[in-house]
Design a protein. Sequence first.
Length: 217
Amino acid sequence: MCRDATVKILVQSDFDGTITEEDTSFFLLDTFAGKDWRRLLREYREHRLSVVDLNTRAFGMVKADKDTVLESLNSRTKVRDGFGELVEYCLKRDVRLVIVSNGLDFYIRATLKGLGLEHIEVYAAQANFRAEGIDVRYVGPDGSILKDGFKEAYIKSFLEQGYRIVYVGNGDSDVGPAEYADHVFATGELLAYCREKQLNCRPLGSFLDVVSVLELL
């Protein structure tokens, strides 16, 4: 099926728990931040903290240097089936693939580099390693520092650029941006939310599910 070349398609995907099978940030925080960060996680899940506040405060507890943190991930991060095929399809069919994550840019880019996929467009929290802890900043598409709504800011920007958007996510922070998308693939908390609210979405088994829908657009 030949897609209308005038229709611009963009896949916006979360990273932790979506592209990866497990949440990389949770592993890093459990390893380097100590037990106190889980108290912040509970507050986030009770909607008393934004995801930006959670990650800013939790990663601020990490005193380890960048090389030590990345070394802990060696051979640990597992990518969901079909992701390589999705990347290849998007390259061949001129579909823009973008990772927008509340996770930290340094480990996302390191993971992609290890897969030979460092060319993928990534928007994530910017991490600056300091002796007193990691400084985390969320920079929006207009260059402003964001305190909340990071993923929403980017999907709105992509819509303003005229894209039809296929959204892929798994968590509570994916609920807001998914509501702006033309097609949604969900797993985890996002899938549970969509089912509870009877919102239109497709379960994400592997990224081949995403490819099958892209072929119809």
